[in-house]
Design a protein. Structure first.
Length: 368
């Protein structure tokens, strides 16, 4: 009886081996890549300056949504509907030029006021320290700042009160041109996430990921009231990608500075650089820097995507082509009328593919 059982077991093992050999296919090793993907909930953080209408009027865009604007460049006009239709191109240009001059003056005035505030605070410190010579020098500088402030205020008043483009002295109540205080990208809608900090030392909380962000309708070619938001400027050239991943993804966490890729639902991939990670109750938040303000991301605030934190390139074979004995690996290759195992070093693998060393591209291998 025992002998019969052994014979049956041995026969089954033989059939299994024969069956395994019978269902092997042949392919060739090729140069390729193995990628490890991590599902993530993504939140975009940017330095965004919200823009507000200075007057009532209809909004006209001077640049396309998503355009990069330089400091001082005009990108929006707001015109009182009662005068908009009657303006010639020449008059409109006159108004734009006047508005730009006014914006430059107001920027200069704001800078002078900041300097005066700093100087006044410093004067109090010097006075308490009884540094008479330094105090005398600073008083001269404060007097110069006041003179310059007075001069620029006079120029501003003259600009506002001088007729232009047939609109009389009240032109600034009927026409406004928005210019960029800093270089950046213009976007004509808000989504409620403009207050999120893009600082590299700040990590968004789970409440930020849980919040709902909905883009407002662009106000272009529509009437707005003074004080109403009309869009935003995304300042600079970079943004922060905050990705919430599962705890199991920690094994694939990149090293700081490593370049990775963010794969969007449409298949587009965007290069990002890993900054750091922070633990949460459910997993980790990975922070990346995106250096181009990619247009595919500008319209997004919160979305699901795939992160590709690890990619290994080399000679690639199907994962099922690997034979393993102990800690050693090999691949089965045809040899004349036989098959033999060629030892290889396993470099990396996912569920479908393996990167190996020890064989050349073009080597036939068997897999199942």
């Amino acid at each position: 009886m025992a002998l019969a059982v052994l014979l049956i077991a041995g026969g089954l093992q033989l059939l299994l081996l024969v069956g395994q050999r019978a269902f092997w296919w042949t392919t060739v090793a090729q140069w390729g890549a193995v990628e490890h993907a991590v599902a993530a909930e993504v939140l975009m953080l940017r330095d965004e300056k919200v823009l507000y209408a200075p007057i009532d009027g209809k909004v006209y865009a001077l640049v396309k949504a998503g355009s990069r604007v330089q400091r001082g460049e005009a990108f929006l006009e707001i015109i009182d509907p009662s005068v908009a239709e009657g303006l010639t191109e020449e008059q409109r240009q006159q108004l734009t030029d006047r508005s730009k001059r006014l914006a430059r003056l107001e920027t200069a005035l704001a800078g002078l006021r900041r300097e005066l505030t700093v100087s006044t605070d410093l004067r109090g410190m010097l006075q308490r320290a009884q540094k008479k010579q330094d105090l005398a020098d600073l008083d001269k500088e404060i007097a110069r700042l006041h003179q310059e402030l007075s001069r620029l205020n006079k120029q501003r008043s003259e600009l506002l009160s001088s007729p232009v483009a047939g609109l009389g002295r009240t032109w600034s109540n009927k026409y406004a041109c928005l210019t960029a205080e800093e270089a950046g990208v213009f976007w004509p809608a808000l989504d409620g996430g403009e207050g999120l900090s893009p600082g590299l030392d700040v990590t968004p909380g789970r409440q930020d990921f849980a919040a709902q962000y909905k883009a407002s309708s662009p106000v272009l070619d529509r009437f707005v009231q003074a004080g109403q938001p009309v869009g935003k400027i995304v300042v600079g050239w970079q943004e922060v990608v905050a990705a919430h991943v599962a705890r199991e993804a920690a094994a694939l966490r990149p090293e700081p500075g490593r370049s990775c890729r963010l794969r969007l639902a449409q298949g587009q991939e965007i290069a990002v650089d890993f900054l750091r990670a922070a633990a949460t109750e459910e997993g980790e938040i990975w922070l990346f820097r995106e250096r181009t303000l990619d247009p595919a991301l500008l319209q997004k605030r919160k979305f699901r995507a795939m992160l590709l934190p690890k990619r290994t390139v080399g000679v690639r074979v199907p994962r099922s082509a690997l034979w393993k004995k102990g800690n050693n690996y090999g691949v089965l290759v045809p040899w004349k009328n036989e098959r033999r195992i060629t030892p290889v070093e396993l470099v990396d693998a996912d569920d479908l593919w393996a990167i190996v060393r020890g064989i050349e591209p073009g080597t036939p291998v068997l897999y199942h």
